[in-house]
Design a protein around this ligand. Structure first.
Ligand code: DGY
Length: 425
C-alpha cells in the first residue's frame, strides 16, 4: 500500500518538475513558490539528492540584497496567474514578488543534509547556503520586528500562506480598497470559486501590493507603513524551528559564528513566542501589532506553533486541543475550529485540512513526545489521500478534495510521512 502511494506521489513530483524548480501545480500556480519548493525538496532528496539541493539553490539565487527571499519567482511568463510580475513590479532581472513566505528553508536544508549519502557534496552545498539562510533570518528581525520584540510580523496575508484565514478578517477592516486598479482574477478559473478567497479579500490583497509598490519595495519602510502588521504564531514557529536547525547544522559544519548568531535568535524568539499563548482556548493565537491585541481566534496558526521547540507542557496542551477537535471533525487538523461561526470546510484556510501543516504539527509533536496525536495526524493525512487523491486541501468533515489537483507539496508530504515513519519504525 505505502509503496503504491509513494510511486503515485513521485509521479506528481515529476509532472510538476521544470528541471531547476518545481511548480506547485500546473495552471493555478505556474511559477516557483518559496515554501512549496522547500517542502518539496524534502521528498526529492529520497530519489535524487542533487535535484533536491538545486530546488533550494534556485530559490536562494533570487534572494534580495537586503536578505529577503521572495514568495514567488516568475522564472518564465505565464498569464494564467494573477497577480503577475507587472503588478508586483519589483524591478528585478528575473521578476519576483515583493513579499516573503514562511521560512522553512533552514529546516529543509538540515533534513536534506542529514539524509544525503554524498557527504562531501552535501557539506559543500549546505555550507554555501548557510550564510544566505542566516541573512534571511536576520532580515526578519531587522525589517519585520523594528521594535525588537523578538517576533516577526507579516504585512500581507500571502506571507503566511494562510491567505484568507479568519485571523485576518478584523485587521482587513483597516485595509482600504480605494485606488485599487481593476483586475481579473485567474485563480477562480482554475479552481472552484467556493474554495477560494472572496473578491473583497482580493481587493485588499491588491491594495497592499499597490501600497508597498508605491514605496519601491523598500523594506526599511514597509512594516511601519502597513496598516496590516500581524504576528502569527505558526509563522514565527517555522522561523524558530529553521533557526534551530540552522544553528545545529552550522555547529556540525564548524561555522561557529552562524551557530552563535542563530542560537541567540532562537533563545529570544522562543521567549517571545510564549507571549502569544492564549489560556482561554488552550493554544497560541495571533497578535495584532497595530492594535496591540492578542486575538482569541481558534485557527491552525496557533497549533502549528508545535513545530517550534516549545516547552513540553505546551506541546501537551496543543495535543489536547487537537484531540478535542477530533471529537467533532473526521480528519485532523482543521485549519479553523469547526465549532466557530466563521468555519467554512471547503474555503481554503477557513477550515480545510492541509497536509503540509499536518506534517509540521506532527513532526513537532513527535519530537515533544506526543506520538499518539502525531500518529493520528499521520493516519488521517494518508487516509485523505487514499480517499480523495493528491488535492491541495480537504474538507475536514467529508474528506472531499478542494482547490487545485495533482499538488506537489501534498505529494511530497505523503512521501515524507511514509519514509519518516519507516525511519522511526
Ligand atoms: C495565491 O495566489 O493564491 C497565493 O496563495 C499567493 O501566494
Amino acid at each position: 500500500m505505502s509503496e503504491n502511494l509513494i510511486s503515485k506521489a513521485a509521479e506528481i513530483l515529476k509532472l510538476n518538475d521544470l528541471g531547476h524548480y518545481t511548480v506547485p501545480t500546473h495552471g493555478l500556480y505556474p511559477f516557483q513558490w518559496n515554501w512549496d519548493s522547500c517542502l518539496t525538496a524534502l521528498a526529492q532528496v529520497y530519489f535524487d539528492e542533487a535535484r533536491a539541493w538545486v530546488e533550494i539553490e534556485t530559490l536562494f539565487a533570487h534572494q534580495w540584497d537586503d536578505g529577503m527571499v521572495p514568495h514567488i519567482i516568475f522564472h518564465k511568463m505565464d498569464d494564467g496567474y494573477f497577480p503577475g510580475p507587472d503588478v508586483w513590479s519589483t524591478g528585478r532581472d528575473v521578476p519576483t514578488s515583493g513579499i516573503t513566505q514562511p521560512p522553512v528553508a533552514g529546516f529543509a536544508i538540515r533534513q536534506i543534509f542529514s539524509r544525503s549519502k554524498d557527504r562531501d557534496a552535501a557539506s559543500e552545498r549546505a555550507r554555501a547556503l548557510l550564510p544566505k539562510v542566516l541573512k534571511w533570518h536576520e532580515w526578519f528581525y531587522r525589517c519585520r520586528d523594528p521594535r525588537d520584540s523578538g517576533l516577526a510580523a507579516i504585512i500581507h496575508p500571502w506571507e503566511t500562506g494562510r491567505d484568507n484565514s479568519v485571523d485576518w478578517d478584523a485587521p482587513f477592516e483597516r485595509v482600504p480598497t480605494d485606488g485599487v486598479l481593476p483586475f481579473v482574477r485567474r485563480d477562480t478559473q482554475h479552481a472552484n470559486p467556493a474554495h477560494r478567497p472572496t473578491q473583497a479579500q482580493y481587493e485588499r490583497y491588491i491594495w497592499l501590493v499597490q501600497k508597498f509598490r508605491s514605496l519601491n519595495w523598500n523594506n526599511e519602510l514597509l512594516h511601519d507603513a502597513s496598516p496590516f502588521q500581524m504576528v502569527d504564531p505558526g509563522f514565527n514557529a517555522i522561523l524558530l524551528r529553521s533557526i534551530q536547525e540552522t544553528a545545529e547544522l552550522a555547529e556540525e559544519l564548524g561555522e561557529h559564528d552562524i551557530a552563535a548568531a542563530s542560537k541567540a535568535q532562537l533563545e529570544k524568539g522562543l521567549a517571545a513566542l510564549e507571549t502569544l499563548w492564549n489560556d482561554d482556548i488552550g493554544q497560541y493565537t495571533c497578535y495584532d501589532r497595530v492594535m496591540g491585541e492578542l486575538s482569541s481566534i481558534p485557527s491552525v496558526g496557533g497549533i502549528l506553533a508545535a513545530f517550534a521547540p516549545i516547552k513540553s507542557e505546551r506541546a501537551a496542551q496543543i495535543a489536547g486541543r487537537i484531540s478535542a477537535m477530533k471529537d467533532y471533525s473526521t480528519y485532523a487538523v482543521p485549519s479553523h475550529d469547526p465549532k466557530d461561526a466563521e468555519y467554512d470546510g471547503e474555503r481554503y484556510w477557513r477550515g480545510p485540512v492541509w497536509l503540509i501543516v499536518n506534517y509540521m504539527i506532527a513532526n513537532g509533536l513527535a519530537r515533544a513526545g506526543q506520538s499518539d496525536v502525531a500518529n493520528v495526524i499521520e493516519n488521517d493525512s494518508l487516509t485523505l489521500i487514499e480517499k480523495s487523491g493528491f488535492a491541495e486541501y480537504y474538507d475536514p468533515i467529508t474528506g472531499a478534495p478542494c482547490g487545485g489537483g495533482q499538488f506537489t507539496w501534498t505529494a511530497a508530504m505523503v512521501i515524507e510521512f511514509i519514509k519518516q515513519s519507516k525511519a522511526v519504525a
